[in-house]
Design a protein around this ligand. Structure first.
Ligand code: CS2
Ligand code: MN
Length: 358
């Protein structure tokens, strides 16, 4: 297991590399060029500069998250071939600089969605990301985007880049004629275009689940259960076509058995990396993100780490979103303190799992 931390780059993160390096057991980061629009080529010089900076801080950068997929690819528009070609170029450029895993998602229009970015947790006075479908019912997609941007403390959130959102209404209209099977067919076309390059370059693609784990705003979504991911890994049967197993995203639906999913895809060799965080269910399609500790939420974090150890022990892991605690401000979900506590806790569980196995 390699414990890593998401880092958005010097200009876009409130957390510094030296702070990350001081978290016990931290081996590297999951990197991101946050200024790249979906569909753009990531050039070698910018990749090299970013990775050199990470390495200079004593950290590795073997995972990149996210190289976003252009909407035209998901919609299956004729212009997709140009964007797939750019994606292939980016894969080759990343591989040249030692990257092994690329995390991405295939969610139409939105990345993760929340109805509140700073919901008070009454038990301890901290706050965390929160979702309640009932609140969403009254909002248009544009309302939600506006409130999300307003609540993000001046940071751009992943998947919420202004360029991508400018054409929101037009894009939503285009999706009206895309059924889940069409989206899957477009996904296969994308994978057929990029996976051969990944195989040749030694790169693993890891698909992040839909978050929350159900369709929103009537958009097609095809990546939020074990059976969805069975279909995804079968779209292109290759060790380079894998899952980014995000426990909090899959776990937002209490019907998903996260531990079983890890065992299932882990033993198939189809887990490219994991995001490990906890979630607290509060009702039907209503949840908040909890501290990583098992007893703070509804997931059994010990069993999660044991499943990783027994089926995919060499995985890259990162704590996922954290709460905002101790008065910290920053990018919602991406402060330093609670994610550092999360990493320390997961490392502790790992030590216990490893020693118990002996
Ligand atoms: C991440 C996702 O912040 C998060 O929730 O887990 O944004 C993830 O990086 C993307 O979906 C992958 O493209
Ligand atoms: Mn995640």
């Amino acid at each position: 297991m390699k414990m890593t931390f998401r880092w958005y780059g010097e200009k876009s993160d409130s957390v510094t590399l030296s702070q990350i390096k001081q978290i016990p057991g931290m081996t590297g980061i999951m990197g991101f060029l946050d200024y790249k629009a979906a569909g753009e080529v990531w050039n070698e010089d910018e990749i090299a500069a970013y990775i050199a900076q990470v390495n200079a801080a004593g950290l590795e950068c073997e995972v990149i998250e996210s190289v976003n997929v252009h909407e035209d690819i998901k919609l299956g528009l004729p212009s997709r071939d140009r964007f797939i070609e750019n994606y292939r170029e980016t894969i080759k450029n990343l591989a040249k600089h030692g990257v092994k895993v690329i995390v991405y998602n295939f969610m139409p229009v939105f990345d993760w969605l929340r109805t509140d970015l700073a919901r008070l947790i009454p038990e301890d006075g901290s706050n965390s990301l929160y979702f309640d479908e009932a609140e969403l019912g009254d909002m248009s997609p544009l309302d939600l985007v506006r409130s999300t941007i307003d609540g993000s403390n001046g940071f751009t959130l992943p998947g919420w880049e202004p360029e991508r959102l400018a054409e929101l209404e037009k894009t939503l209209e285009l999706y009206k004629s895309v059924a889940p099977d069409d989206l899957r067919a477009n996904y296969k076309y994308f994978l057929d275009g990029i996976i051969p390059v990944c195989e040749e370059q030694g790169i693993v693609m890891a698909c992040h689940p839909d978050d929350p784990a159900w369709p929103v705003f009537g958009l097609p979504r095809i990546a939020h259960s074990q059976s969805d991911f069975d279909k995804i890994v079968a779209l292109r049967d290759s060790p380079s076509n894998t899952v980014c197993l995000c426990t909090g995203s899959l776990g937002s639906d209490p019907n998903n058995d996260v531990v079983a999913a890890i065992r299932h895809f882990g033993s198939m060799g189809r887990i490219g990396c994991l995001h490990v965080r906890n979630i607290k269910h509060l009702g039907y399609r209503k949840f908040r993100e909890a501290a990583h500790l098992s007893e703070s939420g509804d997931l059994d974090m010990y069993e999660i780490m044991r499943a990783v150890f027994e089926t995919c022990p060499d995985s890259y892991i990162r704590p996922d979103h954290g709460r905002m605690i101790w008065g910290e401000t920053g990018r919602p979900g991406y402060g330093l303190y609670d994610r550092a506590l999360g990493a320390a806790y997961l490392n502790g569980l790992w030590e216990a799992v490893v020693k118990n196995a002996k």
